[in-house]
Each structure stands twice: as structure tokens, then as C-alpha cells.
Design a protein around this ligand. Structure first.
Ligand SMILES: *C/C=C(C)/C=C/C=C(C)/C=C/C1=C(C)CCCC1(C)C
Length: 265
């Protein structure tokens, strides 16, 4: 057997055992069973499966793309893997208590949103020389956005000022990818397939990401109690994550495959 195929079989076996371990229900949760009409709970379930399947897909598809695109697919798979683990936990909490601890969404975001930002840097770095400043500006914008949102939602700061700080962080990211250095590098040196991926990705960051501050707005800034809108908000956030994590990853997968095929000819 070739070393290569031993390696890939080993990887597949490792992958499936990790997934099995992650998806088994812990003993303490056995008393809370998902009800047939609990649509929020069902959406947590469905999306955790979609996240797991996407993770396997992105990791396995690494074999198909050329070396410089592999890191992008690894990062896409890590995003969906980390989110899946949070979804399993959030689903259990929801089924047991009927509420979603905000803190778990934010822990998820704190890890996955910087990774999504790194994807912009990586797809440009695969085709051009990109200064480190692009990377750091995207990171700083992300942190300001999330820390602002968290201190507001968790009650450490008044909700309005915290929201505004968070919005400034997000606008800073939008500036960087629409008009800043990242966008200029893309316009100047990216081949058409990278440019179209870059443009789709930035629309996701504009429209797909807008769902979260809209949720914050209706949950905290209109005077309605967050508890009464919890079910609707959770379903909205869950669907948003399908777009912002899985579809985002698929766009990167597409450009990685297209560019790898092109470089073979
Ligand atoms: C996979 C998870 C993603 C892509 C989460 C994204 C979260 C945001 C874009 C949150 C944005 C917020 C603001 C722009 C203002 C303050 C409140 C936040 C944190 C909800």
C-alpha cells in the first residue's frame, strides 16, 4: 500500500471517531428529550448535522486542491467544527432550560469570526503578496465588534453605547474589504475567480452579518423582553450561521477547486 493511501485512510478513521465522540449525548442530558414541536431545538439539531457534514467535506476536499489553497479549506473546516461543538451544547441547554446562554454564542463567535476574517487574508495571500497590516486591521475590527456586543448583552455596559461600539468595529471591517487595502489588492492582482469569490464573501459580511445586529436591536433596544423573542431570535441566528459559516466555506471551496484545476493546465 502506498504511504499516501495509508495516511488518508488513517485520517478518515480518525475523523469519523472524533465525530462519533462529539455527537454522542452525554449521560446527564438523557432526561431532556427533544420534543417534536420544539422547532428551535430541531433547528439546533439540523444545523449541527449540517455543520458536521460540512466539516468532513472541507477536510476531505483538501486532497483535491493545490498546496497553496489547502490552508483555506482547513480553516473553513475548523469554523464549522467549532460551531458544531457549540451547537451540540446549545441544543442541550435549550432543550433542558428553554433559553440559550448568550455566552456560548459569543464564545463561538470569538473563535469563528476571526477565522472567517483570516479567510479574506488567505485567499489574497494565495495569489499576491499581502502586508500583515491587512490581517491586523481585520482582527482589530472583529474584536471591537464582538467585545462591544458582549459587554452590552451580558450587562457589563449600557446596551446602546455598547451597540454603537460594536457597529463601529463592523463598519471598520466593511471599510477594509470594500475600500481599504484588502479591496485594492483584490482589484489589482486577483484572477477573475478570486475576484468573484472575494465579492461574494464581502456581501455575506454585509448582508449575512447584518442579521446579528438586527437581532441585538430587536432583542435589547426596542423595549421588548429578550425572553419573549428568544425562540424567533434563535431560529434567525441559526439560519444566519448556515449562510455565514457553511455557504461562506463553500465559496472558498469553489475558488480553491477552480484555481487548482486552472493551474494544472
Ligand atoms: C459565525 C458567526 C458569525 C459570522 C457571527 C457574526 C456576528 C456579528 C457580525 C455580530 C455583530 C454585532 C454588531 C455589528 C454590533 C454589536 C452587536 C453584535 C455583536 C451582534
Amino acid at each position: 500500500m502506498k504511504l499516501n493511501s495509508i495516511w488518508s485512510r488513517g485520517k478518515a478513521a480518525l475523523g469519523s471517531s472524533v465525530l462519533l465522540a462529539l455527537s454522542s449525548t452525554p449521560a446527564w442530558a438523557s432526561s431532556s428529550v427533544l420534543k417534536q414541536d420544539d422547532f428551535v431545538g430541531i433547528s439546533f439539531w439540523l444545523i449541527s448535522m449540517a455543520l458536521i457534514a460540512s466539516t468532513a467535506f472541507f477536510f476531505l476536499e483538501r486532497d483535491r486542491v493545490s498546496a497553496k489553497w489547502k490552508t483555506s479549506l482547513t480553516v473553513s473546516g475548523l469554523v464549522t467544527l467549532i460551531a458544531a461543538v457549540h451547537y451540540f451544547y446549545m441544543r442541550d441547554v435549550w432543550v433542558a432550560t428553554g433559553s440559550t446562554p448568550t455566552v456560548f454564542r459569543y464564545i463561538d463567535w470569538l473563535i469563528t469570526v476571526p477565522l472567517l476574517m483570516i479567510e479574506f487574508y488567505l485567499i489574497l495571500a494565495a495569489i499576491a503578496k499581502v502586508p500583515g497590516g491587512v490581517f491586523w486591521r481585520l482582527m482589530i475590527g472583529t474584536l471591537v465588534m464582538l467585545v462591544g456586543g458582549y459587554v452590552g448583552e451580558a450587562g457589563y455596559a449600557p446596551v446602546w453605547p455598547a451597540f454603537i461600539v460594536g457597529m463601529i468595529g463592523w463598519f471598520y471591517i466593511l471599510y477594509e474589504i470594500f475600500a481599504g487595502e484588502a479591496s485594492k489588492i483584490n482589484a489589482a492582482s486577483a484572477p477573475p475567480s478570486v475576484q468573484s469569490a472575494f465579492s461574494l464573501m464581502r456581501w455575506i459580511v454585509t448582508i449575512g452579518w447584518a442579521i446579528y445586529p438586527i437581532g441585538y436591536f430587536f432583542g435589547y433596544l426596542t423595549g421588548s423582553s429578550p425572553a419573549s423573542s428568544a425562540a424567533a431570535l434563535n431560529i434567525i441566528y441559526n439560519l444566519a450561521d448556515v449562510l455565514n459559516k457553511i455557504a461562506f466555506g463553500l465559496i472558498i471551496w469553489k475558488v480553491a477547486v477552480t484555481e487548482s484545476e486552472a493551474s494544472k493546465h
